[in-house]
Design a protein around this ligand. Sequence first.
Ligand code: TRP
Length: 336
Amino acid sequence: MKKQRVLTGITTTGTPHLGNYVGAIRPAIAASLQPDVQSFYFLADLHSMIKSQDAQALGRSTREIAATWLALGLDTERVVFYRQSDVPEITELTWMLTCMTAKGLMNRAHAYKAAVQANQEAGQDDDFGITMGLYSYPVLMAADILMFNADRVPVGRDQIQHVEMARDIAQRFNYHYGEHFVLPSAVVDEHVAVLQGLDGRKMSKSYGNTIPLFLPEKQLQKHINRIKTNLQEPGEPKNPDESTVFQVWAAFATPGQREEMRREFADGIAWGEAKRRLFELVNAELREPRERYEALMAQPSLIEKLLREGAERARAFSRPFMQELRASVGLRPVDA
Ligand code: TRP
């Protein structure tokens, strides 16, 4: 049986935090170990240009995110792991698909609509600050997916619409030029935890409430100590289901450890003690990856080598496929 192709992109903005780890990186690495899948995971550096014009930050984030995935055990023999901008066929396909994309479809994209709404609320012109990059970003994402004929695309809820747009665009291309593209499906994992941040809201860079993944030990402990709790005293029974400390615990614990901590909460464990144990648990899982991360960050040429090898493997698919696509749309040698 043909292996299912699973593909997902990671936008290279910011430094990975515990929420990214629990919600995306850990499940993606686990999924890549299944025998019946061929995974394509890539650093979506072209996407990051939409949100930020900080060239230094883009470079730094690409290095940090690549090192993070490698340090956490991503097996680059198994997974095709590459940097989007190393695969020029993706940008070429973006143009072909742009010509297959209804403008009205892009008008309906959530990210674009949210930007227009923010402008309206601020009393600005609808188009204020909106680039064509933001507007047509779902086309670039469609090219990412269709270039490798991915069957399944694991994403967060906010990205489902984009995968559906990729299907629409693929259908139109197939209608005009023949059946070249597989129609991809979004997969949203209902089981992975959405981690809470220091203030109890969803952990997110935009809320400034994150715990970076590979903080030095002392810093990790400090961050965990800053998780917001209520004023209940030691000895008072506490409700685990209303506690961020418990919620983070649950994301790292075995089922047995989870039950044990529920009992401790009922028995009135002190917040300081609960946080101390939380630090021990999280740190035990991250200690070795953190060492590997630091070693990789000190050796960027090793990261670069792995990314280039990944790009070569990706291009073993994209190069011949692009030849086929070019011919199908009529971009052909005149003597052929
Ligand atoms: N846009 C996605 C995000 O913000 C990242 C991404 C880019 C992606 N290209 C992709 C995800 C292709 C899945 C498939 O999370």
